[in-house]
Ligand binder design. Sequence first.
Ligand code: MN
Ligand code: MN
Length: 345
Amino acid sequence: MNNQPLSFKYELEKKTPRTSDGGTTRGASVNDFPASAGIAGVSMRLQPGSMRELHWHANAAEWAYVVSGTVRTTIIHPDGSSYVDNFSEGDVWYFPKGYGHSIQATGTTECHFILIFDNGNFSEDHTFSVTDFVASMPPEIVAQNLGLSLEEVAALPKKEAYFAAGVVPDESSFVATPRPEIELTTPHRYPLHAQQPKVVPGGGTQRLVSAKEFPISTTMTGSVIELQPGAMREMHWHPNADEWQYYLSGQAEMSVFLAEATVVKEEFNAGDVGYVPMGAGHYIKNTGTTVCRVLIGFNSGRYESIDLSEWLSGNPADVVSTNFGLAEGEIEKLPAKKSFILPKK
Ligand code: MN
Ligand code: MN
């Protein structure tokens, strides 16, 4: 038998997009990218004023990172409270599973954002849009529900709009939940790029947002890591979550270790997606000449990782020595503490 190992790479930005009314979307569910059983992702672009219409996801929460541009979202909670938030580059949002929301580009340039869903089976089949809901129900029901005549109901969209072209909203229209002052972090917005990163001199940085920093994000954690040329996020694994990656810039190599001598090594460029199943060992090394930036999403609100250096340095020297058959004196060469990111060797 010739068992070809799974690929952990999907060239998302090369996919033919769905486009209408100033919106463009490219998605990767487990159907497109078989390895990604636990997490799905979407790269979406909206022209100023264009809106991803009011909708909800029946089987997944939505976590997002704004790559460029500005955007306004609305969301309704089951307790009746509603929120309007504004986002710019480096901001994150989180919408719990099933909560109705919309996304509209503001400002004067295209807005690009990456959506990450905590279910690989996320798909349009499990996404419910308001125009589809209203167009699919008996007209007399809609008329009674919305206080419209049958003629007025007949003039509503006859099928799912998905995207809707509009005008850039006026700041004064942000009235769903008036807020007396601007807050840096709101129930749905976390300014990830404003966070002081963890810095490894000469190696790179990490910014991380879990439920600890962003309480509503109970099912997802996000991170942006930057690796200097030749630097490497060391060999590690995540005990509690799958990992979904979007390469924002630069280029990298990743190997995914699946036990029994099985390793899948692949090269990634900007716009590619990577995936690591829960528990599988992996590293990411910058193989380019510029900084490599990677957006990473995990399907747990708690961040956990075990890094090789930390593991080995946490064992008595004789255990490691015996395990690897190291002679006396060689053990001192190994890292004495967690490396996390290693500068170019
Ligand atoms: Mn959505
Ligand atoms: Mn990882």
